[in-house]
Design a binder for this molecule. Sequence first.
Ligand code: NAD
Ligand code: MG
Length: 391
Amino acid sequence: MQGICLLGATGSIGQSTLDIIALHPDKFTLISASANESVDKMADICRRFTPQRVVMGSEKARDELAQQCQGLAISFEWGEGALESIAADSAVDQVMAAIMGFAGLKPTLAGIRAGKRTLLANKESLVTAGKLFMDEVARHHVTLLPIDSEHNAIYQSLPQTSLGAHKQDVSKIILTASGGPFRTWSLEEMSSVTPAQACKHPNWSMGQKISIDSATLMNKGLELIEACWLFDVTPSEVDVVVHPESIIHSMVSYRDGSVLAQMGNPDMKIPIAYGMSWPNRVETSVAPLSLIDIARLNFESPDLVRFPNLKLAADAWFAGGSAMAVLNAANEVAVAAFLNRQIGFLDIARVNEKVLMAADIVAVNALEEVFEADESARRLALGMISRGDFL
Ligand code: NAD
Ligand code: MG
């Protein structure tokens, strides 16, 4: 029986993780769960799974939850310290890191430092802390399993000894991208899209922030950096290929000309179940892939003129140090501003570029430096947005 700590239980990845736990009560048990504000959703989770400990983002949310769940033998907690504590709890075998954004970094690291098997959905934590994150994984001999569907596909397509092994045989990583809802739209058409249009992804149902990132291709940029850290490569060794059907989730090209791919219907339950049951496999209830029904798979190059975020991510990687934390912070602020209708869709990449150019990029040798870079980049981005100074 594997005890699961589910960070970000009320989100899209959280929900799919709960579905897998519910399908296999003989294999997995929910030990603890967290959410920021969604009290009603968390109350449902508490009634269905009775975890031992639940952490909310504020005292108010904790109190409301405790009120709704009277009579259940659950410890209701709140705040950052409690979040780190549930990830490191001795009853936990696996931590599903599914908090949205940079906020997931500290609790994810707490689980890693406690040696927990880490299922990484929260790409922003690896993108921002990069080398420091991977050093902690190595120091604590942690099994790190990528849940992002592309990285999960790459992981499945690499030799299974360990991440980065047999590197000499791999010639390229081929990272696939759906292209998002505006793949075929002109810049002119994209200039006036609404948050609702941008959140409507053609193939995947996801949280708001990652849906916007998919529409701007920032998600692919973050994933490019994520792949570089996970698989010990540089952006020059990763080809991004737009594949609108999202059936091939990514590929690995070997020096003998072989290309291995992982395919499946676009449903996050597949990579989640893979991470939870690795090195075995379990049923997921996802419909079997019907290639006859799909009939055709298409591929094209990404357009860096209409989607500059992808290039910004590669720039940030090559700039190194704090650049990736800076870009991520700018993007989190810009996406929130777009969702609040303070800026337009195309302004997201403009803010990102301006902040990346304006910020001091420094070497990062300690986690505090990542937090400082994040904070000052957020301040820069907020200032630019409030002054309209990003055009
Ligand atoms: P979501 O918005 O649906 O859910 C986010 C979860 O994090 C919620 O439980 C929320 O309460 C919690 N949360 C948000 N802000 C928080 C904060 N400041 N402190 C503590 N908790 C907070 O997001 P999602 O789509 O489930 O994505 C979660 C993570 O997984 C993201 O990093 C995303 O990039 C990654 N991911 C998601 C998908 C997907 O299909 N949804 C695919 C690949 C990777
Ligand atoms: Mg992905």
